[in-house]
Design a protein around this ligand. Structure first.
Ligand SMILES: Cc1cc2nc3c(=O)[nH]c(=O)nc-3n(C[C@H](O)[C@H](O)[C@H](O)COP(=O)(O)OP(=O)(O)OC[C@H]3O[C@@H](n4cnc5c(N)ncnc54)[C@H](O)[C@@H]3O)c2cc1C
Length: 289
């Protein structure tokens, strides 16, 4: 197995240190099966006594064949682990894909008064986006919303930090209340936009399924950004297994969702998006003739 506790060129001693320093809405590949493509090729080769060689074309071909045909077991013999720092509403969506092992930071045992509790602010409430708006009425509305958003989150974090402070342990004892019981309940006041951190391990088949679902344009933008980050890193360590992972419409040559995204559609071969095809591919094909 390979492993690395590194983000943006900076190495970390452990995930606790890493979690404090990486930005919210980040997923970092921290462990992976080395040569997962080769292991998958061997799993397939064993079935038919295929004589493959490391790095050879035949090895690549049989893995591609298995991925395209959905012969999952061949690429289930490997493991990829991400360490994530995301808002709770993103984690809730992420944890829905069930073939995984998770371990999440506990707000029952971990302290929040050391600035470890950060919260999410959507892109349309960033100062840069608001300042760029020409419409004065819209600008003021978004400014007010931003202010309320920040105030709301900071107030709940202050409330949580105040009542989970270890210095209160004596008071809880005096009142015949259990400090741990108070801490585990006070976290109920925190909004869904605060961060959570967890390790998420899956085999390649599970990552392919989960990634395709969340790369779909019908998925919420924030979980889609996480899926993009993950698949990019997975393609680096296992380019053959993950090379073809894309939005589900691109992978199955057409949208399978009952409610379409309305943002994109594929031309009739199912290989290209209409806009891309009309602008880039069709003129090129035409030139050739
Ligand atoms: C765009 C989008 C919108 C969504 N909106 C909502 C929503 O509004 N509300 C909501 O609740 N969820 C929503 N979800 C979550 C969605 O319903 C699934 O729960 C989630 O995507 C996990 O899919 P899955 O079960 O295929 O994946 P996994 O849990 O990873 O399972 C993979 C596959 O394993 C098999 N499998 C797993 N467990 C079982 C089992 N118990 N029995 C039989 N087969 C099993 C199935 O074939 C499954 O497809 C949304 C997902 C997306 C991508």
């Amino acid at each position: 197995m390979g492993w690395k506790l590194e983000y943006d060129g900076k190495k970390y001693k452990n995930v606790v240190e890493m979690g404090k320093n990486i930005p919210l809405l980040t997923s970092v590949l921290v462990q992976w099966t080395d040569d997962a493509d080769w292991i998958a090729a061997n799993a397939a080769a064993n079935c038919y006594d295929t004589n493959i060689t490391y790095g050879g074309k035949l090895a690549e071909k049989i893995v591609l064949h298995c991925v395209e045909s959905g012969h999952n077991t061949v690429y289930e013999h490997n493991l990829f682990t991400f360490f994530k720092k995301v808002p709770i509403f993103v984690a809730r969506q992420d944890l829905r894909a069930r073939h995984a092992s998770f371990d999440e930071r506990s707000l029952r045992y971990c302290r929040a008064d050391n600035e470890s509790l950060t919260y999410y602010l959507p892109d349309y409430l960033s100062e840069t986006v608001i300042e760029r708006t020409d419409d004065k009425k819209k600008q003021q509305f978004l400014k007010d919303m931003r202010e309320e958003w920040i105030e709301l989150h900071e107030r709940t974090i202050r409330f949580y930090s105040k009542y989970t402070d270890e210095e209160l342990n004596e008071i809880w004892n005096e009142f015949d209340l259990n400090g741990e019981r108070v801490r585990e309940t006070v976290r109920a006041t925190l909004p869904l936009g605060i961060n959570t951190m967890y390790m998420d391990s899956r085999n390649a088949a599970s990552w392919i399924h989960h990634s395709a679902k969340r790369l779909c344009l019908r998925a919420q933008k924030e979980i889609r950004l996480i899926a993009y980050q993950q698949i990019k890193q997975l393609k680096e360590v296992a380019p053959i297994i993950f090379g073809g992972v894309n939005r589900p419409c691109m992978m199955s040559k057409g949208c399978t969702e009952a409610r379409k995204c309305g943002v994109t559609s594929l031309e009739e071969t199912g290989r290209w998006e209409v806009k891309f095809y009309e602008k880039i591919m069709k003129p090129k094909l035409y030139d050739k003739k």
